[in-house]
Design a protein around this ligand. Structure first.
Ligand code: SF4
Ligand code: SF4
Length: 304
């Protein structure tokens, strides 16, 4: 018994000196989070948690590595009519059951009719949390009519705090004055916003299934774009990358689900929880995070 105890102590001491305890902990944590990610990616959800919609494709900040390709997108605006038609159809399918609707871009405040989208979104989704996601560059200069519409339709303003000059005091004051909820995006109020890179494999030689199961975007950042739903943000906006760098990464009809053809929400939720062929273009294992913020040099290497 004594020998067993002594051996245990020696083992613990050795593990401590060699840092093996930490290694085991890191390994277990990594395995657990990977398992959790796989489970999460392929879980068929009861409804859409986050629905992201681009009000415009381009952006006035132009960050390197932008996952929505907005920093290399040409000027392009969503039409009010298309937005209304798509939301009307989604209301029929979901009976209004979408937890959060993110009105974003690109930079949504570049849209000359930005405030007109609020009333339509609220008309079809009475109980959803509707959030305007913005880089805040144009927020301070919005007029009272804009802030009144935000308040009237209970839209939450969610700015990302990039390392750029923005008069936050003034924005806080305005939101308080109009009774608007201000929620900084992704904890960016407290932590300096950094970038992440999602490299693409131009040959499409990766394992689509493995990628889907280990990708934190799959079945999570659901995009509504031109009457179709996509499981993540990379697929619908790849066209900006193709155009900018003269590439031809193909989207197939198996990469999205058409909301006008889908029979019910169950069909949609099953579709969103399964790998799509496009996933073969992602290098999930080579992704990097915590990159210092910088403006794009418009080079293909930022996305490959
Ligand atoms: S602010 Fe957002 S949408 Fe605009 S370029 Fe940067 S990451 Fe992309
Ligand atoms: S296409 Fe890429 S980003 Fe989208 S779900 Fe597949 S692996 Fe993830």
């Amino acid at each position: 018994m004594k020998i067993k105890k002594l051996l245990g102590k020696i083992r613990n001491k050795l593990f401590n000196i060699l840092g093996i305890d930490n290694l085991i902990e890191t390994y277990v944590n990594k395995r657990t989070s990977l398992l959790f990610q796989k489970f999460y990616s392929m879980s068929v959800r009861p409804n859409i948690n986050y629905l992201e919609i681009h009000l415009c494709e381009h952006c006035n900040l132009k960050c390197a590595h932008c996952a929505h390709f907005s920093s290399i997108a040409e000027e392009e605006y969503l039409s009010i009519e298309e937005f209304e038609s798509d939301l009307k159809r989604l209301k029929e399918l979901t009976f209004g059951e979408i937890n959060e609707i993110h009105l974003m871009g690109g930079e949504p405040l570049l849209h000359p009719q930005c405030k007109d989208f609020f009333q339509i979104a609220r008309k079809y989704f009475e109980n959803s949390k509707i959030i305007l996601i913005t880089n805040a560059i144009l927020l301070e200069q919005q007029d009272d009519a804009f802030y009144n519409e935000v308040a009237k339709h209970s839209i939450v303003i969610s700015p990302t705090k990039y390392p750029i000059k923005v008069n936050w005091e003034e924005i806080r004051k305005k939101c308080k004055h109009f009774g608007i909820k201000l929620e900084f995006y992704s904890n960016s109020e407290k932590e300096e916003k950094t970038l992440y890179k999602l490299p693409l494999d131009l040959e499409g030689a990766q394992n689509a299934q493995e990628n889907f199961l280990t990708c934190p975007f799959s079945n999570e950042c659901v995009q509504l774009h031109k009457g179709k739903l996509y499981t993540c943000c990379v697929i619908p906006y790849i066209r900006h990358f193709n155009k900018k760098f003269n590439q031809n990464i193909q989207i197939t009809p198996n990469d999205y689900i058409d909301i006008y053809k889908a029979r019910n929400m169950q069909e949609i939720m099953y579709f969103l929880a399964k790998p799509v062929p496009f996933c073969k273009y992602c290098y999930v294992k080579k992704r990097t995070v915590d990159i210092a913020h910088r403006i794009t040099e418009q080079k293909i290497e930022e996305w490959t």
